[in-house]
Design a protein around this ligand. Sequence first.
Ligand SMILES: *Cc1c(COP(=O)(O)O)cnc(C)c1O
Length: 460
Amino acid sequence: MNPLFKTIIEPFRIKSVEPITFTTREERVTKLAAAGYNPFLLRAEDVIIDLLTDSGTGAMSKYQWAGMMRGDESYAGADSFYRFEAAVRDITGLKHIIPTHQGRAAERILFGSVLKAGDIVPNNTHFDTTRANIEAQGAIALDLPVAEGRQPALRAPFKGNIDLEALAKCLAENPGKVPLAMITITNNSGGGQPVALANIRGAREICRRHGVPLFLDCCRFAENAWFIKQREEGMADLTPIEIARAMFACADGATMSAKKDGMSNIGGFLALNDEAWTETAKNNLILTEGFPTYGGLAGYDLEALAVGFYEALNEDYLRYRIRSIEYLGEVLTKAGVPIVQPTGGHAVYIDAKAMLPHIPVHEFPAWSLACALYIEGGIRGVEIGSVMFGRQPDGSEKPAAMELVRLAFPRRVYTQSHVDYLGEVILHVNRQRETIRGLRFAHAPKVLRHFTARFEPVGA
Ligand SMILES: *Cc1c(COP(=O)(O)O)cnc(C)c1O
């Protein structure tokens, strides 16, 4: 980039377009009520800007589409697998690379292979599917974020860090009960906040001392590498791929949703060094995903991924991506909308507890705000709060640490004017925030309830 010009432009041209359908406010009121006030149950064509997730929603490059044409669909030993394996091994340095159809399949296979009831898995913050897959084995998913990670308004460079003291204490107090420890990069449920390389190295030392393997939930490894380059001392001159390799050098294994920094619409992997675990995992894989050289993916998916992992590490791309999120964060902050500071790697997180103090936590302020954003501007975000995390394994309710609305940016999909529109809508909702009402459950399923729950407005 020419240092004379400060506008960070989208580092791509658009070759194929997807029309957006516009709806009126009146239409959206009807559609949201019909969806039980659950944005997950809306039809995508009824959404104007869809920030529900950055998972599998990105636009692929012409190189990925070209790669798909050479997809080898052989059942076993396809060329595409070897290209996929080479890319993952080149970046992670891990020995055994097992493709899966998405991240949670890697989680289920890993935890199903190595956990037993009563085991404990510490993590900076478990993602919802990670937690659910650990609990499905009767094990305990323990969140150990650093204290600053729980304070939305506090600005700190690495709020995604794991609490090293708490990790050391957990391992010391539970010998034989922690088959593995995890670190999620970036910390999705904790505001998309990055984890410092020093923190990953610190965790590795502690795990080594106790003979516990360390796994990375590495869905956003490229974004995390970018933050390390920008914010960690001594890292500015390294390239994102060098930093990624340094992070993975601390790990004995990794689970990946390649729908994130794989820049593809589907895919994932489990990568690990341990021979015995690999054998069990491959046997589990064959039961539900497929043969170990395709793991539930088509050959062409493996090709798109082999290209995508490297595109995610491109500096012009990372600069544009992180900047567009930061830019929305600045618009909101200037207008006094409370958000998790600083903005994270893949999303802006609005602090609904601070924005809507008149809605008590048991009436789900973040869920209510997500509904208001849809009604006013056709924006779809997702609650990361007490609907997602409030239900405990014993069936009781406990409020989540934070009540956030996550606005996750699909990769290479929206442009500056879309982001300007987002800012306008959110500021409009903020001005009339006192009129937003809370919600209560009309139907609450037991597992991962946010996906299918139905609600009704309080006082209706
Ligand atoms: C998305 C995600 C997962 C699960 O991956 P899927 O591909 O959705 O199954 C796990 N961990 C984190 C941190 C994620 O963001």
